[in-house]
Every structure is written in C-alpha cells, then in structure tokens.
Write a protein that binds this ligand. Structure first.
Ligand code: BGC
Length: 353
C-alpha cells in the first residue's frame, strides 16, 4: 500500500494536504483534509484503462466555493432537519436554515465539509499488506488516513463538544472503507456521511442513465415539496422507485418528480455491515458494491448539479440515519449521549467485469 502526501493549497496561512492511497491493483483514492473531501478515485476499467469515477476539482479554491458538497464529509447532521429546529430533553435548538431559508441541510453554513481536519496516518486496515510509502512526505506504513475534528459546543447551533474521527482506508481487496466514530459531552444528533458523486463510466464521460442500480431496500421515505420526509414509509414495489432488482437509472428517473433524491430503507437492518447497493456502468464495466452499518441511504441522482458539472452527471449514495430524525421519534434514533460512541462504517468495493 502506497500513501502519498502533497500540499493541496493553503487556507489563512495553514497548509492543506491531499493524501493519495494506492493499492496493488492500481486503484487510487485521494482525500484532502479540507472538508475530508474525496477528490479523485481512479480504478482500472474492464479494458485496463484508468478512469476517475468521482466528480472533483483540481484546485482547493474550487472546493471552497463549491455549494454541491462534492466528495465531502458531511456533519454534524447529514441531510435535512425541517425548519432547522429540534427539541432535545425539553430544550429547543435552532439551526441555520441554509437551504432556501427553509430547512437545515448538511450541518449548516460551516458544516464539517468546510473545516480543516487534523490528518495523520491511520492504523493499517486488517488483512492489508505491509505498506511502502512514497511521495513528497514519507509516512510510516499505513493503509489509510485518519481525520480528526472537534466540533465545539454550540457550533452551528448543535449542543455538546463532539469529538469526531474519520478513517479513510483502501485495501488490496479493492475496498475503500470509511469509518466514522464520535463522542460527545452532551446529548446531540449525529448523522455523518460522505457526499461523493459517482460516475462509474468516468468523470465527464456520459450521464448516469445507463448505469444499473440495485438497492436492497424494499421501502423509502416519502418526501414533501421541500424534500423533507413526511413521516410516511412507502413500499417501492411496482413504482419507479423500485431498485430491488438491478435496473437502469434512466428507466425511471423521468417518472419521479425532480429525479431520485430519497432516503431508501435497508431491510433487514441488523446494524452490522450489510450490502445496501450495487451499481454498474456497462460502458466501463466498473461496478461498485456499497456495504454499510447504517439503516438508510440517500439515493440522489445529481438533479441540482449545475456549473462545473451538470444535472445527472453523477449520483450519490449517502449512507445515513433517516433525514429529519431528530423530529421523528418513530425513526431510528440518531441522538448520541455522553458515554456512548457513534460508530458507522461504509465500504465501497470495486470490480471491473
Ligand atoms: C440532497 C440533495 C441536495 C444535495 C446537495 C443531497 O444529499 O439529497 O437534495 O441537493 O445533497 O446539497
């Protein structure tokens, strides 16, 4: 396993780095400690050609200006909280309504995607080979990068000092793993995810319509006109929402108002790592399986992409608790209490067929 560390830029006099992990099969993933952003993920396709299968920018400044959360680490709460308000232990908390002044989204104005994380070499993922280090800064043999951030009590309106650790690693089984842990000193909602936009045909090659998707999710959360769950859980069966069997994105996308932007519910849910999704590009032959410990996944078909990238250029699969769960006691509980450890793992496994 090779790890390269390079300077990516500077923010207010502080150097920002980009780490590239490379495995023995020619897969590489690059991560910057600004926003914990995955900037590039390159895999060999079925013909052995290298394709960058995530959306990203070359310059740090583009990420500072980005409003679409490209590749970013999302927290303290991924997705929407209705009206930016929730009540916890009898107290009301008000968060920024940073989406059209209506709802809170992706942790607020300065979410975890806009902070500098403290980065260091991570423990070797189990089963990986003893690594060789290359690049401008040599680090001891490791298979990953660990990012730490202390989100202070009151930051973006959330209660409690939240100490967060996220480990990105890559192994020789072509698994890119993200492990999230967090601890708090006051009860607080925690819902961390990664917002990588995928196009398995390769960045800029084609729209996502020909990708086939399988989601092991027989139900999804119905949403209102602001894309917030209504509280109703709907079966996917006999609807354009159904991905229980592998199906082209293009088959149903125009039959769903606005395109796919829904939280799908994993069944059965055990809390153990379970395969939630599999996506394939017939053009490149690249497939990606997603395994997670989370109960849901937001399947977002890039409907609002505009500017550097365009509508439906890529899709996101954001593994997470259900949106707006701080206001929905009937949804799985996202409240972390002092003494508990938030722990979430998601694995993306690649293959070219
Ligand atoms: C949401 C989209 C939103 C995008 C960027 C996704 O997680 O589901 O509705 O446009 O993030 O904010």
């Amino acid at each position: 396993m090779n790890i390269e560390k390079r300077i990516f830029g500077e923010i207010k006099g502080v150097k920002v780095y980009k780490y590239t992990l490379l495995n023995s099969n020619g897969i590489s993933v690059s991560i910057t400690n600004y926003g914990g952003i995955v900037t590039d993920l390159i895999v060999p396709d079925s013909g052995g050609n290298r394709r960058n299968i995530v959306l990203g920018f070359v310059n740090l400044s583009s990420y500072e200006e980005d409003r679409e959360y490209l590749g970013a680490l999302i927290g303290r709460f991924a997705n929407r909280i209705k009206g930016g308000i929730f009540t916890l232990d009898g107290k009301d908390y008000r968060l920024a309504c940073n989406e059209n002044g209506k709802n809170h989204i992706h942790g607020g104005i300065k979410g975890f995607n806009r902070v500098l994380w403290e980065a260091e070499p991570a423990e070797r993922p189990s089963g990986s080979d003893q690594g060789k280090i290359t690049g401008s800064a040599k680090m001891p043999g490791n298979g990953g990068v660990s990012l730490k951030y202390l989100s202070k009590d009151g930051e973006e309106g959330y209660p409690g000092n939240l100490s967060v650790k996220v480990v990105y690693s890559l192994n020789d089984d072509n698994e890119f793993k993200i492990e999230y842990t967090a601890e708090t000193d006051k009860p607080t909602p925690v819902n961390l995810t990664n917002h990588t936009y995928w196009n398995l045909s390769g960045r800029g090659s084609e729209k996502i319509y020909n990708h086939t998707v399988k989601l092991n999710c027989p139900q999804y959360l119905e949403i209102d006109e602001d894309l917030v769950p209504t509280g109703r859980i709907r079966p996917v069966e006999n609807t354009p929402m159904d991905f229980m069997r592998s199906r082209r994105i293009g088959d149903g996308i125009n039959k769903v108002v606005g395109g796919y932007d829904h939280c799908y519910i994993l069944k059965p849910y055990t809390g153990k790592l379970t395969e939630i999704a599999e996506v394939q590009s017939p053009l490149s032959g690249v497939s990606m399986q997603v395994f997670t410990t989370m109960p849901g996944v937001q399947f977002y078909s890039g409907n609002f992409l505009h500017g550097a990238f365009d509508k439906h250029d890529a899709f996101c699969l954001e593994t997470q608790f259900y949106p707006d769960c701080p206001n929905r006691p009937e949804f799985p509980d996202c409240i972390l209490k002092p003494g508990q450890v938030y722990s979430h793992a998601t694995i993306y496994r690649f293959q070219a067929k």
